[in-house]
Structures are given as C-alpha cells and as structure tokens.
Ligand binder design. Structure first.
Ligand SMILES: [Fe+2]
Ligand SMILES: [Fe+2]
Length: 282
C-alpha cells in the first residue's frame, strides 16, 4: 500500500482542510509523498510513513496557550525554550491530536509525529524519515545545500539526520534564534552513532566529503559549483533569507492523558502562521 488507509486519510484531509491553510496542506502532502519514497528506499513500513507524514503538522496552527496547556496535561517535560517558544510543541501536540482525534495508537507513528521537529537521540528509522521528509520536501527550496541533504537522506538516514541538524543549527545561530537543546542532543547522538564525530572513530569531515563526492558524480558541473558543494557542517553556506529551514524539532509522548478539547486556529497570532514555526526551521 502506498499511502495511509483511504478512510483514515480522507478523514485527516477533511480535518486539515478546516484547520490549516492551503499552503500548509500542500506542504503536508509533499511530506507524505517524500516519507513514502524514503520508506521505500530504506525498506521501512510505507503505510506508517504515509500516515505519520500526513499527520505530522496537525497542531501547526494551534494557539501557543493551547499548545502549552495540552503539553502540560500530557505531562511532558518542558524545556525553557518550549515555554518561550510554544510553537515548537506543535509536534508533540500533533501526536496527541493523532491519538485523540483519529485514534492512532501505533507508538512508532506517534513518536514520528512528536519528533518531527527536534528529532530525538536514538529515534527509529520511521522517525528519521518523517524528520527528514519535513525538512527536505521539494517545497523547501532548490538550493544546493538542500539538494546535498536530499541526496544524503536517500543514501543514509542516520547521516542525513545529523547533517540536517547541523544545517538547522547554523541557520538558528545566524538568525540569533533560540536553540532547543534537543536538536543538539539529536545531532550528537546520530553523529556519534556513525562513528564520525571528531575525536572518535573517523572524521565528520571525511564523511561529509564522501557525501559531496557522491553528489559530484551524480550532478553535472552546471548545477553545482565547488563552493556549492561544501557540506553545511564544514563551511557556512550563503543562506538565502527566504529559504525555510527545517523545523527545529521535540519529547516523549506519555501513554496517558488527553486534551480536554480540540483547539482552534490562532489566526490573530502571526507566530502561528506560515513558516515562522521553524525557529530556524518550519
Ligand atoms: Fe511541523
Ligand atoms: Fe511540517
């Protein structure tokens, strides 16, 4: 099966049509498709990937106060960055909505939704796929840095996760935004897991160059100049201000707890609109 079970998919799409703007719906559909493609490539469950992709941004437009309230009711441990930037909680709260509104019980799907913004040390391949699909779907832009990351995610999920984290961290620092510590923990775990952290086995530089070498072989010189081929963790690339960064991503879902009511859109709060959710990413 190439997508979520039809009845549930139709139900989710109907709900989304009433709770997110068309541009967000199109992003969600692109994430769904990229999650399916990555699941096929990496021999993961396609139905789960499709469902998680389809439902990853359910809470994207919830009001900050509602996000905080639902997270607290769920018993989530909140970082000070969560409290100052509640929008980051939309990933976790999205998983709560998936469970409460649509009856999703699969812990792997719920975790993939919850961790789509900040990742998580040791997260499953399915979670990696949704994290990467959200960050790298075609609508994120067609710049060389993102294309390198897109190539990496087809080759190696773990490597692509830390490379995307590096990319996001760089964007966050350059825009002087807060950094959620989970992004760093995620980045370190996946870098260390690969044995590519400097001071451990091998070298992150070597790994990055390997990826770039693979890209060079596949792309014509007219597409990429040497400067474009610097991996994001080696040389800060020229960053276009209108290029959305992958969402800085979030915590564990506790199996208990539920929201008291489904929140409404926060059309008055500009922070809840567009790509500003990304705290450096979207
Ligand atoms: Fe999101
Ligand atoms: Fe998203």
């Amino acid at each position: 099966m190439g997508e979520a079970p039809e009845a549930l998919r139709h139900q989710v799409l109907h709900w989304l049509s009433e709770n997110v703007p068309e541009s967000r719906l199109q992003h969600i559909l692109r994430v769904e498709q990229m999650a399916i493609a990555l699941a096929q490539k990496h021999d993961q469950d396609i139905v789960k990937a499709a469902l998680a992709g389809l439902m990853h941004d359910l809470a994207k437009y919830f009001k900050p106060a509602v996000l905080l309230e639902m997270a607290q009711q769920e018993g989530l441990m909140l970082d000070p960055v969560d409290e100052s930037t509640p929008h980051l909680l939309h990933a976790h709260v999205g998983a709560i909505v998936a469970r409460e509104q649509f009856g999703v019980q699969d812990p792997e799907i719920l975790a993939a939704i919850a961790d789509h913004t900040l990742g998580r040390p040791g997260m499953s391949p399915l979670s990696c796929i949704v994290f990467l699909a959200d960050s790298l779907e075609p609508g994120r832009g067609n710049i060389a840095e993102l294309n390198v990351l897109r190539h990496a995610c087809r080759q190696n999920l773990q490597q692509a996760v830390w490379m995307v984290c590096d990319y996001s961290l760089k964007q966050l620092m350059e825009s002087r935004r807060l950094i959620h510590p989970r992004v760093i923990l995620t980045r370190n775990w996946f870098l260390h897991q690969q044995g590519t952290a400097r001071g451990h086995k091998g070298s992150a530089r070597t790994t990055g160059k390997t990826v770039i070498g693979q890209v060079q072989k596949r792309l014509s010189p007219s597409h990429l100049s040497p400067s474009h081929l610097s991996p994001p963790h080696l040389a800060p690339p020229h960053l276009q201000p209108d290029v959305p960064i992958p969402e800085s991503k979030l915590t564990l879902l506790s199996p208990e707890g539920s929201p008291t009511s489904m929140p409404s859109l926060d059309r008055a709060n500009p922070l809840s609109w567009g790509e500003s959710d990304r705290l450096g990413r979207a």
